[in-house]
Design a protein around this ligand. Structure first.
Ligand code: SF4
Ligand code: SF4
Length: 393
């Protein structure tokens, strides 16, 4: 499907399919690259979600899944640092979602994204008992992680976070790690570190930047990461590196499950600590209340945010690509890059990603390697490389 294909209308009228819930609007550490605190508007919000907001949110969740007959409605608890909300609230939220699930037959898996500093045995018990999966922010080994992820006093947080990651991996908890790529270091250092921690499921995300910035090139990092991923999974699946599997999924013509890769609408909705509803959280990268809408869960159903101009503008921008992307052979796989990376003060989202050259090189490299590794089995047992099979078709 292309951006000007009439079938793109099929992207419309999908109910909000997952919710990002900001249960804490402050953080206990001070990462230098944090997009959340780039937007001064976050300080206008209450520090923590109140009982009253939680109560109303749960009603809205039940109303939403019932009205749209959803079978699955993931909720991601986020911050700031969500563990600041407190363990009792996690138990209450999870218990209430279990009750909604049993009344509506809609699965409501809960995940939390945390910096991991506060995780102790009690938190591990809570996650395990409530089946809450945990994504821990961990930028690989200490000399990379501690460059950016520091306390307010300026000391590194790596020791505490690594300890938490290892303990999570040792329990019956769905755990993944979220790293930000630092292209000054080889990908091998990340891959070896996570293998050593026992974490087989992780992402190494492209650093946030808008078109108004000049971030370092990341292509050679990711091309190297792809080689390592291929090597590790050569005989059997051993490691899932999300950005790599998502790019391959998209290259093979399927929908990648995450929003950063592929051509599809970004439909995420964020509920803030005061119950206001905002557009895609990471668009905060554009600064100064950029995601703010006049919607809130007291007065509006969750899905009503779809008619809100700023939410709609971000959603429409995610599928209305610029001219260069529309002409690109990787348009469907790349989708113009991650939406925030397409923003400029001058053109809004009408730009290719600030990482366009890198993305092109990454997709091209992946495609050529996959063509060498993928075979089509013919009826007589003959195996043809994908390129040859296509040429004969
Ligand atoms: S842990 Fe997350 S919210 Fe807190 S400062 Fe770091 S990036 Fe920002
Ligand atoms: S590689 Fe560049 S031109 Fe192609 S779709 Fe991605 S951002 Fe657009």
């Amino acid at each position: 499907m292309s951006a000007d294909d009439p079938d793109s209308v099929a992207f419309q009228d999908q109910p909000i399919s997952q919710l990002l819930v900001k249960v804490a609007a402050r953080c206990n550490i001070d990462c230098s690259y944090c997009y959340w605190f780039r937007d001064a508007a976050v300080y206008d919000k209450p520090k923590l979600m109140s009982d009253e907001v939680l109560h109303r949110l749960l009603q809205r969740i039940e109303e939403h899944v019932a009205n749209h007959s959803l079978i699955d409605f993931p909720i991601i608890l986020h911050g700031g640092e969500p563990l600041l909300w407190g363990m009792d609230n996690f138990h209450r939220m999870a218990e209430a979602c279990e009750a909604i699930s049993s009344r509506t037959s809609c699965e409501i898996p809960i995940a939390v994204t945390t910096n991991g500093v506060l995780i102790d045995d009690e938190w591990l018990d809570c996650f395990e008992a409530r089946n809450i999966s945990v994504a821990i922010s961990l930028d690989g080994p200490a000399h990379i992680h501690d460059l950016h992820r520091r306390t307010f006093q300026g000391t590194g947080t790596h020791a505490a976070v690594e300890r938490a990651a290892r303990r999570l991996a040792s329990r019956d908890i769905g755990v993944s790690a979220l790293s930000v790529c630092n292209p000054a270091y080889p990908p091998k250092q990340y891959v070896e570190f996570f293998a050593e921690c026992g974490i087989a499921n992780y992402d190494i995300m492209i650093p946030d930047a808008t078109v108004d910035e000049s971030p370092s090139s990341v292509a050679s990092f990711y091309n190297g990461l792809f080689d390592l991923w291929l090597e590790a999974n050569r005989s059997k699946p051993t490691v899932n590196i999300r950005i790599i599997t998502d790019m391959i999924t998209a290259l093979l013509g399927n929908n990648s499950p995450t929003e950063g890769v592929g051509y599809k609408p970004v439909e995420l909705c964020t509920v803030m600590t005061d119950g206001s509803v905002e557009a895609h959280d990471v668009l905060r990268i554009a600064g100064d209340g950029f995601t703010r809408t006049v919607f809130n869960i007291f007065d509006h159903a969750i899905d009503e945010v779809r008619t809100e101009p700023r939410w709609k503008a971000a959603r429409d921008a995610s599928i209305n690509l610029c001219e260069k992307c529309r002409q690109c052979k990787f348009m469907n796989a790349c989708g113009g890059g991650y939406l925030p990376h397409r923003f400029s003060r001058k053109n809004g989202y009408d730009n290719p990603s600030v990482y366009c050259d890198d993305l092109y090189s990454m997709f091209e490299n992946m495609q050529s390697v996959l063509e060498r590794h993928l075979y089509v089995s013919k009826a007589g047992g003959e195996r043809l490389g994908v390129r040859e099979a296509l040429a004969r078709a």
